[in-house]
Design a protein around this ligand. Structure first.
Ligand code: FAD
Length: 459
């Protein structure tokens, strides 16, 4: 009797899952295992929104495995220790898992490999599970660089890679009796969850993908920046937890064809792009990707302003709307993320790490590669080719929320102001303005721009 362990990490699905397919093809019995990782908890990464979404994902995965005769085995503690214990207890000779990109994922893999090998067991790491194209699979030619630092050439090469056809889930699975199931976490047991948090799990992810392909994808090129229209896929938490396969998503979008699909696939490629940057430069999670000496303001110098930003009380309606959407849903529209991040890092000149941490505390899709590198991109320390661009929240509000519906949805204090005027409440005639329970702008935009330019030596 041969036994393999499948260690689930950020790939909580049955469809298009190379480790599960390889293990079930090679062994009589399979132990699908998830370890609630104490180190992730200790690092402060297991925040309520992601814990709740994760609980949904694990329950759904367990249900899907049970439909095939299997079940999910849950352990809590140190990943390497728990995997070794389960492998020893079930007599498994092989462990399959997906490759990750962060420094933590690399260290986990190395430790696991060493500990398994010391027991005479083998670790098999499968690529292109967490991303559509594996980090490092495409590299710049000629320069000797180990990753792409610029998106467009990466996209060109990435687009030429052949993606695997989605793998069907195994029809039947047998889990050894010796593998005790353990306790599945539940969303109900998590407090502090955003009231509008989406539902997790592969079933929900696949339903969203199908509905998106049918009715959202076609118009994506025109609508993806429309804040009030809310017309993006909202697949990011499913991509983060791996309940939707990125390779399958790209394949299905390409199959639909058209300008919408093209624009969408390009956007999904940004995800792979940031993953390959982080895989090559793991320190970019907390250090500037490009060397730049910014004398950012911190909590000591700008504590009240940072708090106003976190609370959605900056006095700039579109920034505040975005920050309140984040708190309410654990998710924010991409245009909102750009605006809110630019406002903190450039208009308030606050260290991007402070903003990135707050996003990670709330985002259900909060992801080291995508969050930290997008923050760096906006702050001008990352891969952006225009590092000194500063977004004007008033102009951006008029452009991407022309009727003001997004602001009125999230900032009830301003719900009585019609049309685009909601982006400039300070322009209202005095008795009306004074009656609003809404703050004056934290900083004048001209002053903020001067401070930024001065700090960057542009004046
Ligand atoms: P869609 O527009 O439907 O796009 C489809 C998918 O493409 C997304 O689900 C996502 O996986 C990928 N994608 C789209 N835009 C980007 C991008 N700029 N960078 C990388 N991937 C992208 N995304 C995260 O998944 N996790 C994060 O923690 C995160 N933090 C961000 C922080 C900042 C400051 C900024 C500016 C962006 C951040 N993003 C992050 C990227 C992007 O905002 C979200 O992926 C997107 O808003 C998710 O919504 P959606 O699924 O409806 O996107």
């Amino acid at each position: 009797m041969t036994v393999s362990v499948v260690l689930y990490t950020s790939d909580l699905r049955l469809h298009d899952h190379p480790p599960l397919c390889a293990a079930s093809a090679a062994s009589d019995e399979v132990v699908p295992l998830f370890v609630l990782d104490r180190r992730v908890e200790e690092a402060g990464f297991a925040v309520p929104n992601r814990r709740a979404f994760l609980a949904d994902c694990l329950r759904d995965l367990d249900a899907g495995l049970r439909e095939r005769g299997g079940r999910l085995v849950i352990r809590t503690g140190d990943v390497a220790e728990e995997v070794c214990r389960v492998a020893a207890g079930t007599g498994a000779g092989d462990v399959h898992m997906s490759g990750g990109v962060s420094a933590y994922a690399h260290a986990r893999e190395e430790r696991l490999r060493a500990e398994l090998e010391s027991q005479g067991r083998r670790l098999h790491v499968h690529d292109a599970v967490v991303t559509a194209v594996a980090p490092g699979a495409v590299r710049p030619t000629g320069s000797g660089a180990d990753h792409f630092a610029v998106f467009t050439p990466y996209f060109r090469r990435w687009s030429q890679e052949r993606l695997r056809d989605p793998l069907a889930p195994p029809r039947a699975l047998r889990v050894p009796d010796a593998a005790l199931s353990g306790e599945l976490p539940s969303r109900k047991g998590v407090s502090g969850v955003s009231p509008g948090l989406a539902k997790g799990g592969e079933k929900a992810g696949r339903a969203l993908l199908t509905a998106w392909r049918r009715s959202g994808l076609e118009s994506y090129a025109e609508t993806h920046d429309d804040l009030a229209g809310d017309a993006t896929s909202r697949l990011s938490p499913h991509l983060h937890f791996g309940t939707v396969s990125p390779a399958e998503l790209v394949g299905r979008a390409r199959g639909a064809g058209g300008a919408g699909a093209e624009a969408f696939v390009r956007q999904v490629c940004w995800r792979d792009f940031h993953h390959q940057v982080l895989a090559a430069r793991p320190a970019a999670s907390h250090e500037n990707y490009r060397t730049r000496q910014d004398d950012w303001r911190d909590e000591k110098e700008a504590g009240d302003e940072i708090e106003a930003w976190r609370e959605g009380r900056t006095g700039y309606p579109v920034v505040d709307a975005a920050m309140r959407q984040l708190r309410h849903e654990g998710w924010m529209h991409n245009r909102g993320r750009l605006l809110a991040a630019s406002f903190l890092a450039k208009s308030l000149y606050v260290d991007w790490r402070i903003g990135a941490r707050h996003f990670l505390d709330l985002l259900v899709d909060g992801d080291i590669a995508n969050n930290q590198l997008n923050w760096q991109w906006v702050a001008g320390t990352g891969t952006d080719s225009r590092p000194n661009r500063v977004l004007n929240p008033v102009r951006q509000g008029h452009r991407y929320d022309p009727d003001g519906a997004y602001v009125r949805r999230w900032v009830p204090e301003l719900a009585g102001i019609g049309g685009g005027a909601v982006h400039e409440p300070w322009q209202l005639p005095e008795p009306e303005r004074a009656a609003l329970d809404y703050p004056a702008p934290l900083v004048g935009l001209a002053d903020a721009l001067d401070r930024f330019k001065q700090a960057r030596g542009l004046l």
